[in-house]
Ligand binder design. Sequence first.
Ligand SMILES: Cc1cc2nc3c(=O)[nH]c(=O)nc-3n(C[C@H](O)[C@H](O)[C@H](O)COP(=O)(O)OP(=O)(O)OC[C@H]3O[C@@H](n4cnc5c(N)ncnc54)[C@H](O)[C@@H]3O)c2cc1C
Ligand code: SF4
Length: 302
Amino acid sequence: MSRLRERNESAWLLPAGPGSNLRLRADMSRYGDDDEVDIVIVGCGAGGATLLQRLSRAGWRAVALDAGPFWEPEKDWVSDEAGSHHLYWTEPRVIGGNDPVPLGSNNSGRGVGGSMVHFAGYTPRFHPSDFHTLSADGVGADWPLDYGELRPFYEDIEAELPVSGEHWPWGDPHSYPHRPHPVSGNGELFLRGANACGVTAKVGPVAIANGRFGNRPHCIYRGFCLQGCKVNAKASPLITHVPDALAHGAEIRPNSMATRIVLDERTGLATGVEYVQGALAGFSAPVWWPWRATRSKHPGCC
Ligand SMILES: Cc1cc2nc3c(=O)[nH]c(=O)nc-3n(C[C@H](O)[C@H](O)[C@H](O)COP(=O)(O)OP(=O)(O)OC[C@H]3O[C@@H](n4cnc5c(N)ncnc54)[C@H](O)[C@@H]3O)c2cc1C
Ligand code: SF4
């Protein structure tokens, strides 16, 4: 198997053409409530799904809970803004603690794949100076790590999505795995205008494969990336990391909203997760089903 196919296995695990690999979902691991697992990941979006894939490949018994559904792009999404509101999580949410933070108006995603299901697809790297704006410009905060430490991770994820874009000459000059997409009429006009003014302008990087990729079809430029890409050309974990995670033994529990991380009172370490199933799904009455992922071998990783 080629290195590219091994790394991007999900693209070959999807069916040829639009749709989802329903067989993979039907056959995924299903742990019992008394089974001990190595990790429970809360939220199967950009971060959670990638972690799930990595740990499943490493042989961990991993379960991910997601508050929203396990989307089927072809069936659940439409090429229409008004019909896409079920993708967005706009209900008021509050992150608790001494200084609670209200969320909700930011239009984040709900469901396996997370916000990337309907993200715009733009995938720039941070500029190296973005990591130390406080020391350099006296604004914001300095990061505890620098660009050089993140660079290999940028390279990995750009290959895994994969990203298409023009050679980037600024900051740390770099290229992308796929060549840039053609620009539209207004983009063409902008590029000509910038050129006439002596301003260097580049076609930005996007997580949309340029051409067919594995079984993923090419982009058809229909322009509904923000409503979920029905054809699977735009990357989201639902098609880039989740199929591979399932193939490596992961379980994903959709419509399962975590309500509490169970802590060991003596050590303060996480031992499990309680969740409500179906509460946000809208198509079934809320079922209270507290479930413990018993004694995580890797407490604190929830
Ligand atoms: C409209 C829009 C456009 C965007 N465009 C871009 C862009 O062009 N480029 C870019 O780089 N970024 C973009 N982003 C931002 C990007 O999508 C997010 O930064 C990224 O997805 C965040 O990853 P995450 O893993 O933190 O959260 P998410 O991907 O949002 O995943 C979180 C998941 O956790 C689940 N969840 C939350 N709480 C619970 C709970 N208690 N129990 C169980 N599950 C739970 C949610 O259902 C969700 O699936 C955009 C975002 C939006 C909303
Ligand atoms: S086919 Fe292309 S333009 Fe259409 S939603 Fe998918 S990525 Fe976006």
